[in-house]
Design a protein around this ligand. Structure first.
Ligand code: ADP
Length: 362
């Protein structure tokens, strides 16, 4: 911990030293909780004290101006400096100034509590206690994104359901049962899409909160793929070509891996023409079982390709198909939870191949 106890002969002498020692001892409580505490002169902005935790982050900075060492690109006092709000009528203001701030140097968010306190030599100085709230901020940001997405992306299918239900009511009023089939189909398609979006959102929450429990068992990935694509093909009335070079034994959570396969095949359907070929291939080597889902669809621009596994990312040109941009993100988390990897090869207009690999069962 950096302490400049000052000259023993200076005003205050032993008393000042004792006062500072006491301050340092009390402030060690903040070290234990990994909270930053520092004290700076209110005129010169010179740092007079940093607790050990602050020094771990910024180094031994006593004697230097706070704006130079705690922030970047500051040649003078920061425009957000709270000094002027800490003094009232020449005395320390009673309530502390509490504010949130993203540090310009380490980019972390802090809840800052600033107060003018009398220093050992009698002058008023600024003491700041800063608690790292980066995690909370990122949850807040995620929640905002969530709310934005739910209100925006779920509204479209909901509006379609609403319009189709009104039309259906009209047709039923006229006893036009033959025409009623079309709005019923639209309602079913849209409610199913909404259910998929809600599932994706819930899955993301589970995967990110670390609540995911893998229920692993030994099975043949090729066998699981045959069953899954049979069901998916029948539900979408689309044939899927299947190729397997032999069994692909894995030790994995079958339900989760099925979900990954569903995501990839669902995307292959959605981002290619209705009659276009979709192929699923399984191969195994001595270390990995590899699944490839390929299509002859719209493809993905090179700039977007590395980002499609990011949360909420949707490539340019894909916005006509409804989706939240969570399917591939969730798939990546699931595959990585299994110690596997997932990647894609694609070009605009030339189709896409999505692959994932799982460790082969021992
Ligand atoms: P969603 O499909 O719900 O938007 P995903 O996470 O499954 O979310 O996919 C993210 C983005 O990746 C999609 O929005 C789309 O731009 C692109 N994408 C995924 N699969 C394909 C594919 N087979 N062909 C073309 N683009 C795809």
């Amino acid at each position: 911990m950096a302490m400049d106890y000052g000259d023993q002969s200076a005003p205050g002498g032993a008393a000042a030293r004792a006062g500072l020692e006491q301050f340092a001892a009390v402030s060690s409580i903040f070290d234990a909780a990994e909270i930053v505490l520092y004290v700076a002169d209110m005129e010169t902005h010179e740092l007079l004290f940093l607790n050990a935790h602050a020094e771990r982050l910024w180094g031994p900075m006593v004697g230097k101006p706070c704006y130079k060492v705690l922030q970047v690109g500051q040649s003078g006092p920061c425009e957000f400096c709270t000094n002027s709000r800490l003094i009232e009528n020449g005395r320390a203001a009673a309530p502390p100034v509490v504010w949130e701030f993203q540090n310009t140097a380490n980019k972390r968010w802090y809840l800052c509590i600033d107060k003018a306190i009398p220093w050992s030599d009698g002058r008023l100085v600024r003491m700041e206690v800063a608690i790292d709230i980066t995690e909370r901020k990122s949850h807040e940001y995620f929640r905002e994104q969530y709310i934005g997405l739910i209100s925006h992306d779920l509204r479209n299918p909901l509006a379609t359901v609403d319009a189709s239900a009104s039309l259906l009511k009209l047709l039923l009023g006229r006893a036009d049962f033959a025409a009623a089939a079309a709005p019923v189909d639209t309602i079913l398609r849209n409610t199913q899409r909404m259910a998929e979006m809600i599932d994706d959102l819930l899955e993301t929450t589970r995967l990110e909160s670390g609540q995911l429990q893998l229920h692993k068992s030994s099975f043949d990935l090729a066998q699981l793929a045959v069953t899954t694509i049979g069901e998916l093909g029948a539900a979408a009335s689309r044939p899927i070509r299947f190729e397997a070079s032999g069994p692909a034994p894995v030790l994995a959570d079958a339900a989760r891996i099925e979900r990954v396969l569903e995501n990839l095949v669902g995307n292959a359907f959605r981002y290619s023409p209705p009659d276009a070929q979709v192929t699923v291939q399984i191969e195994a080597n001595e270390s990995e079982a590899i699944v490839t889902v390929s299509d002859c669809g719209i493809g993905i621009p090179a700039d977007d390709l590395p980002k499609v596994f990011h949360r909420f990312y949707r490539a340019t040109g894909s916005h006509s198909a409804s989706g939240l941009g969570l399917g591939l993100y969730n798939s990546r988390l699931i595959v990585e939870h299994h110690g596997g990897r997932i990647w894609a090869e694609s070009a605009p207009g030339a189709g896409s191949a999505f692959r994932f690999a799982l460790p082969i069962a021992p």
